[in-house]
Design a protein around this ligand. Structure first.
Ligand SMILES: Cc1cc2nc3c(=O)[nH]c(=O)nc-3n(C[C@H](O)[C@H](O)[C@H](O)COP(=O)(O)O)c2cc1C
Length: 323
């Protein structure tokens, strides 16, 4: 019973859930917006003893190809100021082993798992999508279009709107799973690519992948990475990623997933306010394996402090604001 004179304020539960594939049936409903970024969280199993990974919104697994791959020559990692250069080269177990060994484990999890796919030809992507269609434990596909198109002289699929749209359409045709298309920042007009993949049938767009970069060993007088170039990630790329998310969210009507240097909850909230419906934590997991959970808890605290009950009220809050 309430004491006379005291006003009773009901605590409303914070709703962090988000639908990332509203046009797909059954869709891709996440309990919260915090995902892991491909290639930085293995197959999820590697982290399950460190914290309760089932609390996350979704797990995106390592980039997966048709055949197993050993990856690029060593050295494959180099630290930079506020960032990391990697040239792992899509080392992975291949789609068949993934379906046999990993998917049955994921099928028993509450957290949805999204399989990130990579190929050298449009046909590779289509075949991967068709093999994953209907596999228990796989909730969606993330299409990494930062890979070189071998039949077109090695330019990244995602560097031009035509090839980006072709890959998207081929994957869409091959599967009924929700499709997230992951954009490369290594292009002159990312908004144009985003519009092309939206038109070609993407359910959601994730961005950004790593920025092309390199480092030189000055004593050896040669490139530090065995592959000469690599992909830059971590806090160093956050302002670039944030701007690209802001730009893309302003032109497409699909859910956008922000990624690039997110280390703290306030980084994540910036991306959400720029228009991201969900975010991915990548390189931050290498220094703090609990980073995705810390980010989630921080978002929840922020919403409580600000009196926001629904995450959707924050999405795009900073889009086109006039000060
Ligand atoms: C070691 C490493 C491996 C990665 N592997 C993949 C991959 O297989 N597929 C993919 O789409 N992105 C891959 N990425 C890119 C990340 O998923 C993410 O887009 C990028 O690192 C930016 O986010 P971050 O700054 O939070 O790491 C990889 C990144 C790193 C650092």
């Amino acid at each position: 019973m309430q004491a006379p004179g005291l006003t009773y304020r009901k605590e409303l539960a914070t709703n962090l859930s988000v639908q990332l594939a509203p046009k797909n049936k059954p869709g891709l409903l996440l309990a919260n917006p915090v995902m892991t970024a491909s290639g930085t969280f293995g197959y999820g199993t590697e982290y399950s003893h460190l914290f309760d990974i089932q609390k996350l919104g979704a797990i995106v697994c390592k980039g997966t190809t048709l055949e197993p791959r050993d990856g690029n020559p060593q050295p494959r990692l180099a630290e930079t100021a506020c960032g990391l250069l990697n040239s792992i080269g899509l080392q992975n177990i291949g789609v068949e082993a993934l379906i046999r060994q990993k998917a049955p484990v994921w099928a028993s999890w509450r957290v949805p798992v999204i399989v990130n796919i990579a190929g050298e030809t449009i046909n590779d992507y289509a075949q991967l999508a068709s093999q994953l269609d209907g596999v228990a434990g796989v909730s969606a596909i993330e299409v990494n279009i930062s890979c070189p198109n071998v039949k077109a002289g090695g330019a990244e699929f995602g560097a031009n709107p035509k090839s980006a749209a072709e890959v998207t359409a081929a994957v869409k045709k091959a599967t009924s799973l929700p499709i997230l298309v992951k954009l490369t920042p290594n292009t002159s007009d990312i908004a144009e690519i985003a519009m092309a993949v939206a038109e070609a049938g993407a359910d959601a767009i994730s961005l950004i992948n790593t920025l092309k970069g390199m480092a030189i060993d000055i004593t050896q007088r040669r490139p530090l990475l065995g592959n000469i170039t690599g992909g830059l990630s971590g806090p160093a790329i956050k302002p670039v990623a944030l701007h690209m998310v802001y730009e893309v969210a302003g032109v497409v009507k699909l859910p956008v997933i922000g990624c690039g240097g997110i280390t703290t909850a306030s980084d994540a909230i910036e991306f959400i306010m720029a228009g991201a419906s969900a975010i991915q934590v990548g390189t931050a997991s290498f220094t703090n394996p609990r980073a995705p959970l810390d980010v989630l808890e921080g978002i929840e605290q922020f919403m409580k402090k600000e009196g926001i009950n629904n995450l959707t009220d924050l999405i795009g809050a900073a889009q086109h604001k006039i000060y």
